[in-house]
Write a protein that binds this ligand. Structure first.
Ligand code: PAN
Ligand code: ZN
Length: 187
């Protein structure tokens, strides 16, 4: 019997662009991120239609044991002095982890365990980030170009955004051209 050779999806490692497969896309704009940035008046004054990040995902089937593969393209920018970032989440199934791979741009992956101290990992092309279970995660773009990161996570993990309504405990801002990390209470 002739072996079947399948052409798998392709990703461009320099840009994170997928090719040759069915892609699901979602853009998150300033208007979608109420309560996410510390400076509420700066958020209100920002263009609500401005795209903050785009997520492109392979169309995988959700079932126990299956994995999602997606790329987040986080635009450069700030709300007030705070750098653009993803909303961030715990997985609904708290024990489920995830892996992020930095593709382009520079920034941080903010990791906040359910119990314990939050920390930042530097994201850059080639960086590998093992996100353990029970750990909320958020990307922050501290550069002037798009930050793109590839992620692989269990389809059953789910996203719990509500648990972080009070915010993460670290804020990353631009203070006169310098990156400043501040510890805060309740976001
Ligand atoms: C990522 C994130 C993506 C967007 O694919 O979902 O970066 O961030 P938010 O979901 O916090 O808006 C992931 O971590 N999936 O589990
Ligand atoms: Zn996740």
């Amino acid at each position: 019997m002739k072996p079947v050779i399948i052409q798998p999806p392709q990703v461009d490692w320099l840009t994170g662009a997928f090719a040759q497969s069915k892609i699901l896309s979602k853009t998150t704009r300033i208007a979608d991120l109420a309560g996410v940035f510390a400076d509420t008046s700066a958020w209100q004054e920002s263009d609500p239609r401005q795209a903050v990040y785009d997520v492109e995902m392979l169309d995988s089937q959700t079932s126990e044991g299956n994995l999602f593969t997606g790329v987040t393209h986080l635009h450069p920018g700030r709300v007030g002095s705070e750098f653009f970032m993803t909303r961030g989440h715990f997985h609904s199934r708290r024990e489920q982890g995830e892996v992020y791979f930095g593709l382009r741009g520079t920034g941080f992956l903010l990791l906040q365990p359910e119990s314990g101290k939050a920390c930042l990992e530097s994201v850059s092309p080639g960086s590998v980030h093992i996100i353990p279970g029970y750990t909320a995660h958020r990307l922050i773009n501290t550069g002037t170009a798009i930050l793109s990161a590839l992620a692989v996570w269990p389809t059953i993990a789910g996203h719990d955004y509500a648990a972080l309504a009070q915010g993460f405990s670290l804020r990353v801002t631009d203070v006169e051209g310098k990156i400043q990390v501040r510890e805060v209470q309740n976001g």
